[in-house]
Design a protein around this ligand. Structure first.
Ligand code: ZN
Length: 193
């Protein structure tokens, strides 16, 4: 299949981007950030696939299991799907910050796994998240990085590595649907040389 037929993605961080709080004792504490369903629906309508890539360090800490997290995600994503907002995944790193692992952001491992499974063209895709690690992953993968201000308080260091900054996921979705046209033109709109 040619590059141009592969799908464009908006990789979404979960905690601080789609839901709050950043840390929960149990997944049922997670509540959607206002307008996040609307934002995902807008991205889906624009033709993006939206895989969720998340670090759930409370799994290794023992607060809940990956199975419990996945169970919650099934219910959460079903609720969003009723609003035309379709999420893929989740792609989960269950490790603590201090644990050396291959899957923790800013590693590209989970994103690349999603890209293979969902036939995603990374160069025309986006990463949205609230941390420096999300933006580092975007850069590593050759994606466009959009930082949101709804989660971790990010300092000026993030502005040096992100491509765009948005107040929240809805603002990011607006920004991406505009920027995607330009990315598409840059990658596919040339004279074919
Ligand atoms: Zn990990």
């Amino acid at each position: 299949m040619s590059e141009s037929h592969r799908r464009r993605a908006v990789f979404l961080d979960l905690n601080g981007t789609l839901v709050m709080p950043i840390y929960a004792e149990a997944p049922r504490e997670y509540q959607p950030i206002p307008h996040s369903a609307k934002a995902v629906a807008m991205l889906c309508q624009a033709g993006f696939v939206c895989p969720v890539v998340t670090v759930q360090s409370r799994v290794e800490k023992g607060n809940y299991t990956v199975a419990e997290f996945r169970e919650w995600f099934r219910s959460f994503s079903a609720t969003l799907a009723e609003q035309g907002a379709f999420l893929e995944g989740p792609y989960v790193c269950p490790h603590r910050y201090a644990t050396p692992c291959a899957c923790k952001k800013a590693s590209g491992l989970l994103y690349r796994r999603a890209a293979v499974e969902l036939d995603i063209d990374l160069a025309s895709s986006f990463v949205v998240g609230d941390t420096v690690e999300d933006m580092e992953a975007a850069r590593l993968l050759g994606c466009t990085g959009v930082v949101v201000r709804t989660g971790w308080p990010v300092g000026p260091e993030v502005d040096k590595i992100c491509d765009h900054a948005a107040e929240d996921l809805l603002a990011a979705a607006h920004c991406i649907t505009v920027a995607a046209r330009q990315v598409h033109i840059r990658h596919y709109g040339g004279t074919g040389k």
